[in-house]
Design a protein around this ligand. Structure first.
Ligand code: NAG
Ligand code: NAG
Ligand code: NAG
Length: 293
């Protein structure tokens, strides 16, 4: 009798363990939103984990998500952490390819990076903090003055300094710029970056995006609207909110080094506060965009 009970219990557990993870599944040409709209959840076999794959050929992006045998994924990188893993298997260049695997249910659904289910639970905040939260009048003046000085170098130069630092200090962000055809492991000199016209173009855009926010810093409604717009654009490209954590230190360091500011400069602390607001606004907008599907 005891043995039978034991068997029944065991088989009940076995059934629980047999059912696999749920993974988002799609195979589409287009962005992450296309995948989210047209794909669906699938229950994997119990030896499988979720995966994401992004392939670019010319101007076409192919996104595939689904279940994959965990053995295959171990050969790639088993990624179940909340930050983008530098070891994402990525091959840059004209035949860009990037893939990652993760071992929690639905961990591959929202972004193109692999993150745990827990860390993507949308905590949607509909209100973005106002631009002036925590920013004093003196902070705003410090930001505007320092930006005017930086802008004197030219948007392109400022953007290149920011991207140069980002790609070298946080190389795990490179795969987000698949259109720039960056190699995944070398360090770049500014001169090499200047030779890549797409990097130069993007550098300009990054600097103009910062400049636009500085221009709007005294117009809270416009400022907030612009953060929402930036979040939507990044969500469309499958950028996970966590990536904005890398940009803050990079931006601050670029400002500090190029304006030769001491570490305790009030200008830097003003930028740190402002970047906190910017980051939260963009992250909330990314999450809200994904939540809307
Ligand atoms: C980068 O990785 C490629 C392929 O794995 C390798 O051939 C190349 O030598 C690496 N370059 C550097 C600078 O590590
Ligand atoms: C940049 O391009 C120029 C002209 O094609 C070339 O002479 C130079 O070596 C390149 N520099 C780097 C660092 O790739
Ligand atoms: C701020 O937003 C208002 C209303 O949308 C718009 O009319 C105005 O042009 C914006 N100002 C700037 C500087 O973008």
């Amino acid at each position: 009798m005891k043995i039978i009970c034991g068997l029944i219990l065991f088989s009940t557990f076995a059934i629980i363990f047999v059912s696999g993870l749920n993974c988002w599944t799609c195979n589409v040409l287009g962005g992450n939103n296309v995948c989210r709209r047209s794909g669906g959840l699938r229950t994997c076999f119990n030896n499988q984990v979720c995966y994401n794959e992004v392939r670019r050929r010319g101007n076409t992006i192919n996104i595939r998500k689904g279940c994959k045998n965990s053995g295959v994924c171990e050969n790639h990188i088993m990624q179940s952490m909340s930050t983008p893993n530098p070891n994402n298997q990525c091959v840059n260049g004209p035949n860009y390819f990037c893939s990652c695997c993760c071992g929690n249910s639905v961990c591959n659904s929202n972004w193109l990076t692999c993150v745990t289910a827990g860390s993507v639970a949308p905590t949607v905040s509909t209100t973005v903090p106002p631009a002036d939260e925590g920013l004093k009048r003196s902070d705003i003046i410090n930001i505007q003055d320092s930006w005017n000085t930086l802008k004197g170098f030219g948007y392109e130069t400022v953007g290149m300094l920011v991207l140069h630092r980002l790609f070298n200090d946080a190389p795990q962000t490179r795969y987000l710029f698949s259109q720039l055809s960056l190699s995944s492991n070398e360090s770049f000199t500014l001169e090499q970056m200047r030779n890549n016209s797409r990097v130069v173009y993007h550098a300009n855009r990054v600097a103009r995006a910062v400049g636009r926010l500085v221009d709007l810093i005294e117009l809270p409604t416009n400022f907030t609207d612009h953060l929402v717009w930036l979040g939507q654009r990044h969500a469309y490209h499958g950028v996970a909110p966590v990536n904005f954590d890398y940009m803050g230190p990079v931006l601050l360091e670029t400002i500090k080094v190029n304006l030769e500011l001491p570490s305790d400069s009030p200008t830097l602390s003003a930028w740190a506060k402002a970047y906190g607001v910017i980051k939260n606004g963009i992250k909330d907008a990314i999450i809200a965009t994904y939540a809307e599907g």
